[in-house]
Every structure is written in structure tokens, then in C-alpha cells.
Design a protein around this ligand. Structure first.
Ligand SMILES: CC(C)(COP(=O)(O)OP(=O)(O)OC[C@H]1O[C@@H](n2cnc3c(N)ncnc32)[C@H](O)[C@@H]1OP(=O)(O)O)[C@@H](O)C(=O)NCCC(=O)NCCS
Length: 220
């Protein structure tokens, strides 16, 4: 079955629905941001941002799904409760590279959601012709650095305290780490059908993603 949303359970059984972000998600994002700890907000935005402005909310939700794409993870049993977001933004001067970022609300961290969101983000990115993710993380951000290293990222120190990590989105060269295995499994099942996006697919022309089978858990 072809679908542009994905429903599964996290390691602890929490039901999650992952779907493309839409313009109506401004309250969802605001609420999710409000439930992030100060440390998570600092790690994501690398500054002491305390709330999202109208302009930021527009930028984060009114996206074109090709050069700027974002998945939202919500509780499948409480769809108004955001759990996390993953987005990529294509670099204008390197069109096969996109900057990627992922955020999981603190109470849902460490349950595999970040890995899952990153995997689905890679699927959407490949469908849009992106071959590499670039992510910036604080050197002390062990969860993000580990997650990206497990996907074969190479780290370069960009400026003091910040690492730039490049992740090639090639299923053939993904490492045999738990996160690499999840992505490889997703790639095998979903990449081929979405390499050519279906034009004009609702909502908002989002490339459809075939994710009918749950990926194996990282231990598989
Ligand atoms: C980075 C982040 C998205 C990871 O999300 P998550 O759902 O917790 O990630 P996962 O559960 O999929 O874990 C991925 C891997 O990260 C590592 N990891 C997760 N939590 C960790 C922790 N507290 N300490 C060290 N490593 C950790 C593990 O290796 C883990 O793999 P494993 O579960 O197979 O051991 C999340 O911590 C977050 O939102 N942080 C705040 C925002 C941020 O830093 N964003 C990144 C900037 S772009």
C-alpha cells in the first residue's frame, strides 16, 4: 500500500503517527516547542530561544515539500500532541545536499523516534533528489552526534563547539549499526517507489511514501 503517513509504536509501546507538516500545524509546533526542555531547545537552535515567532512558525510550517520538507510525529491516540519533527532544507548552491535537523520532545527521547524520523526524512529527501544530509550539532550533543555517526556521518569541527556532520544518503554504504540497519531496511522497502514522486499528490503535493511495513527494531 502506498501512503504518505506512517503509524507504528515506539520501543516502549507508545503509538506514533508520522505525517508531513502542514500549514495548520502552527499550534502543534508551538505546543511541542513549549514542552522541550531548555537543554533540548538550546541543542536544536544553538541559542537561548524561548519562543517561536509568527515568522518562524510560518517558515517551519509553510513548506514546499521539495526544497523544504518536514515530518511531524504525533501521538497516534492523541493527534494534537506533538512528539517530534524532522526537516530538511536543500542548500541553494549545492542542490543535492540538504541541511537536516531533528527534534524529539524530551519525554519521548531515547525510544528510537529520532532514528525513525531521520529514516523517513532520508526517504523523502532521496525522492527529491537529495544525496547528502548536512547537520550541525554542538560537540556536547552526544545523542545527535551518536545518531548521525551510526548513519555513517563524518564529523568536521566547523567552529569552536560545533560539529558539521555529512551523511551520505546511499543505502549501499550505510554502516551495520542499529540506526544504519533501520535505514537500510526502510530504503529497501520504500525508496524505489518514491524516487519518482507522484505529481500533485494531496496533501500539498507531498511525495508519497510507501511505508506499509514497520521497519525492524534496531536489534533485528
Ligand atoms: C537528538 C535527538 C533528536 C535524538 O532523538 P531520540 O529519539 O532520543 O533518538 P533515538 O532514541 O532514536 O536514539 C538514537 C541514538 O542516539 C543515541 N542516544 C540517544 N539518547 C542518548 C543519550 N541520552 N546519550 C547518549 N546517546 C544517546 C543512541 O546511540 C541512540 O541509539 P540506540 O537507541 O540504538 O542506542 C533528541 O535527543 C533531541 O531532540 N535532542 C534535542 C534537539 C537536538 O539536539 N536536535 C539535534 C540538532 S540538529
Amino acid at each position: 500500500m502506498v501512503q504518505d503517513r506512517y503509524e507504528t509504536t515506539l520501543r516502549d509501546g507508545t503509538p506514533v503517527l508520522i505525517r508531513a507538516v502542514v500549514p495548520q500545524d502552527k499550534p502543534l509546533l508551538m505546543d511541542g516547542f513549549g514542552r522541550l526542555s531548555e537543554a533540548s531547545r538550546f541543542r536544536r537552535f544553538m541559542s537561548g530561544v524561548t519562543q517561536l515567532s509568527e515568522e518562524q512558525l510560518r517558515y517551519l510550517t509553510e513548506i514546499d515539500y521539495t526544497n523544504h520538507f518536514a515530518w511531524a510525529a504525533v501521538r497516534a491516540d492523541r493527534p494534537a500532541e506533538g512528539m517530534g519533527v524532522a526537516r530538511y532544507v536543500r542548500l541553494p548552491d549545492e542542490p543535492d545536499v540538504a541541511e537536516a535537523a531533528v527534534t524529539v520532545v524530551d519525554e519521548y527521547q531515547g525510544k528510537g523516534l529520532g532514528t525513525l524520523l531521520m529514516g523517513l526524512l532520508a526517504v523523502a529527501a532521496r525522492a527529491a533528489g537529495i544525496r547528502k544530509f548536512r547537520a550541525y550539532a554542538l560537540v556536547e550533543n552526544e545523542p545527535m552526534v551518536t545518531l548521525l555517526e551510526e548513519l555513517g556521518a563524518r564529523a568536521h569541527v566547523d567552529e569552536p563547539g560545533v560539529v558539521r556532520m555529512d551523511v551520505p544518503l546511499d543505502p549501499e554504504i550505510l554502516p551495520d549499526s542499529p540506526a544504519g540497519k533501520v535505514l537500510k531496511a526502510m530504503a529497501k522497502r520504500v525508496l524505489t517507489p518514491v524516487v519518482k514522486p507522484f505529481p500533485g499528490t494531496p496533501p500539498y503535493g507531498v511525495p508519497r511514501v510507501q511505508v506499509s511495513d514497520a521497519p525492524p527494531s534496531p536489534g533485528d
